[in-house]
Design a protein around this ligand. Structure first.
Ligand code: C2E
Ligand code: CA
Ligand code: CA
Length: 643
């Protein structure tokens, strides 16, 4: 008895333990139930037909008409049900109601046919048995996705009716009753197996879907900050451009880059760097909305997509706010970091594609970083034309025969005691047939984006060393290396080989590197510098004072000389901090036994003040502008004679 109750509880009550299965059951059932009601209606008409004229009209027309109408109403109701995306609670409610309704119909049907029974002959009795059996099987079959409902209906119809049949004493009816019971039991077992399989199938499908959704989510999210990633950023721009359908405006693409992040990451370690990035992401996220999309593009670069019919001014206002938010100090437990974020913004003009918009924003960002650090810069028509020029120059530089198109100028570095050159800094020049002389600030920047830079360094370094052979021994050559030369071991090895092959004494060769070049990959840069120093050459830290790193940090690298940037020299003769800064850097260099050079000396006044501050080596237009090779040779020769 207890087992029976347990069986009944387990199989006759709707199992709601798995929400996904319930929702799937509901979806599958909503397609089957109307058919089940139609079958019931047809069978009712069938049974009634067999008794017309034999039983009272109320039972052959009245009751069946009620059952048929009820069936048709329920069928119509189910046909209107939106099976897709039915919420769990509603699905449970519907399934429970279906089960109850099915039970009510089953009981009504059984009572009705049992009541009809006495009016029929042997033939109509078999008809009833046929219809009852068929109805039970149809409900088992069509409610296969609602096992509790199917079993309830079957349990209500088959056992009472079979017992009723057997109780008639007629041997063929007894056989029919037994047959009905046994085949229903077999059918029920098959049904239960099927529904278990159905649940497993639903589970598997849902699990796959969830996994798939999770994979998609992860593929589109940045794992550190949980912001949308680069891929989603570009997809978002793609979609926005498609929505604009060629209409200008209404779409803005911004690229944000943190200023001063790299040194913090290098000095305090990646764990702290990660915390800073996460915190920066949180600050940016605040500006996100349905129209403002924020993403992390990688490293310390973030993306902003604004899709709104609003003015450029309004969007620039938003961008300025973003920059302000990044300027607030970052409290990272043990360290209080102050950085800023520069932003470049491009406006959709109607015909730009995704990459073009990104490149425009990136171009404006570069301008921001160079000239308006920590602020937002809008990509303008002038920038558009200078970007076109850059892309022309890039092609031209690639096509050029570097050996003949590039040449060097030489600017003396002068000893303030003797007034004679102690070295020449070599400065790259490029004459393009169409654009004429192109500034190294422009073409080196272009070249640095590609391996072209390494080729340029090789060509120029050979020329520089060749020229230096004509100078007296005490005059060195100071050559500028680019970030690409010290962040690639192969490039460094080639440089070493070129110095060796030149036959020049290594101590006469100096390499200038900037802080920006160093911090892009400090570890590799350090290795490269050590390898170069092992050769016997000297290393100078160029443009000192323009970067963001701490002096202590920079001094951990193996430098021989510091070149103080001309930004300090400009104001050194005026009242203010510049003189103090220069003095303390020179003192520090002396203590650390490092040489120092001051760059960009343009006036007698500056020279005098710098001299009084202890500067012994200077470079600048006051002494000489960069000169062609033969002039450098001449100047070096004079110095040799004077010595
Ligand atoms: P830099 O290494 O700081 O070179 C010094 C720059 O300052 C040179 O500009 C030089 O002409 C200029 N200069 C020298 N004295 C004065 C002065 O008294 N006043 C002013 N206002 N400027 C002065 P240049 O030749 O245009 O080179 C610009 C930059 O291009 C260089 O800055 C360097 O970063 C890069 N560069 C030049 N040649 C090479 C090269 O062969 N390889 C690499 N990687 N970079 C190079
Ligand atoms: Ca230099
Ligand atoms: Ca410099």
């Amino acid at each position: 008895m207890l087992n029976f109750l347990r069986f009944s509880r387990k199989n006759l009550v709707l199992d709601v333990s798995d929400r996904d299965v319930v929702v799937a059951q509901h979806a599958a059932l909503s397609r089957q139930i109307p058919i089940l009601y139609l079958i019931l209606a047809i069978n009712t008409v069938g049974v009634a037909g067999g008794f017309v004229g034999k039983a009272p009209q109320a039972m052959t027309i009245g009751v069946p008409a009620l059952i048929v109408i009820a069936c048709l109403m329920r069928a119509a109701h189910w046909m209107n049900v939106q099976s897709v995306e039915t919420p769990f609670d509603e699905a449970v409610l519907r399934l429970r109601r279906t089960q109850t309704m099915a039970a009510v119909f089953a009981i009504a049907f059984v009572i009705w046919v049992t009541a009809l029974y006495p009016y029929g002959d042997a033939l109509s009795h078999s008809l009833i048995a046929f219809f009852v059996g068929f109805t039970a099987f149809a409900s088992l079959f069509l409610m296969v996705n609602l096992p509790s409902g199917a079993l309830t209906v079957t349990a209500l119809i088959i056992p009472p009716f079979s017992i009723f049949l057997m109780s008639q004493g007629e041997p063929s009816f007894v056989a029919m009753g037994i047959d009905l019971m046994l085949s229903t039991a077999a059918f029920m077992i098959a049904q239960m197996r099927y529904s278990a399989d159905f649940a497993a199938l639903v589970r598997a499908r849902i699990d796959t879907q969830k996994l798939d959704a999770e994979n998609k989510r992860l593929a589109n999210l940045d794992s550190l900050t949980n912001l949308p990633n680069r891929r989603q950023f570009f997809a978002r721009i793609d979609a926005a451009i498609a929505r604009r359908a060629g209409k200008p405006g209404g779409l803005y693409v911004g690229v944000v880059d943190l200023d001063g992040f790299k040194p913090i990451n290098d000095i305090y370690g990646h764990a702290l760097g990660d915390r800073l990035l996460t915190e920066a992401a949180r600050r940016l996220e605040v500006y996100g909305s349905p129209n403002v999309f924020i993403a992390r593009l990688g490293g310390d670069e973030f993306g902003v997509v604004v899709e709104e019919q609003t003015s450029e001014r309004a969007v620039m206002g938003l961008c300025a706010d973003i920059c302000l938010a990044l300027r607030e100090p970052f409290d990272l437990h043990d360290v209080n970091a102050k950085i800023s974020g520069s932003l470049g913004l491009a406006v959709f003009r109607g015909d730009d594609h995704t990459l073009a918009l990104y490149e425009q924003a990136d171009y404006a960002l570069h301008d921001a970083k160079q000239n308006h650090r920590g602020e937002a810069v809008l990509f303008t028509a002038e920038q558009q034309s200078s970007m076109r020029r850059l892309s022309y120059l890039e092609q031209a530089l690639r096509a050029a025969d570097l050996d003949s198109a590039l040449y060097l100028k030489f600017q003396p570095i002068v000893s303030t005691q003797t007034g004679a050159p102690v070295a020449f800094e070599t400065l790259a020049r490029w004459r393009d047939p169409q654009h004429g002389e192109v500034s190294p600030d422009v073409f080196i920047r272009i070249a640095e984006k590609t391996e072209l830079m390494n080729d340029i360094t090789e060509v120029l370094l050979r020329k520089a060393l060749e020229a230096a052979k004509d100078w007296p021994d005490f005059v060195s050559v100071s050559f500028n290396l680019s970030v690409r030369d010290i962040t690639s071991p192969q490039a460094t090895l080639r440089i070493i080989q070129i110095v060796r092959d030149s036959g020049i004494a290594a101590h006469r060769v100096e390499f200038e590197v900037t802080e920006t070049a160093l911090i892009s990959d400090v570890e590799q840069a350090r290795e490269s510098l050590i390898a170069l120093k092992a050769l016997g050459v000297k290393i100078s830290l160029d443009d000192f004072g323009t970067g963001y790193s701490s002096l202590n940090y920079m001094l951990q690298l193996p430098f021989d000389k510091i070149k103080i940037d001309r930004a300090f020299v400009r104001d050194v003769a005026e009242p203010g901090m510049a003189a103090d800064i220069v003095r303390s850097v020179i003192d520090l260099c002396r203590n650390l036994k490092l040489d120092s050079v001051v760059e960009g000396v343009e006036t007698e006044d500056q020279k005098r003040v710098l001299h009084s501050l202890g500067c012994t080596a200077m470079q600048g237009y006051f002494f000489a502008k960069p000169m062609p090779e033969h002039e450098a040779k001449e100047l070096a020769g004079q110095a040799a004679k004077a010595a």
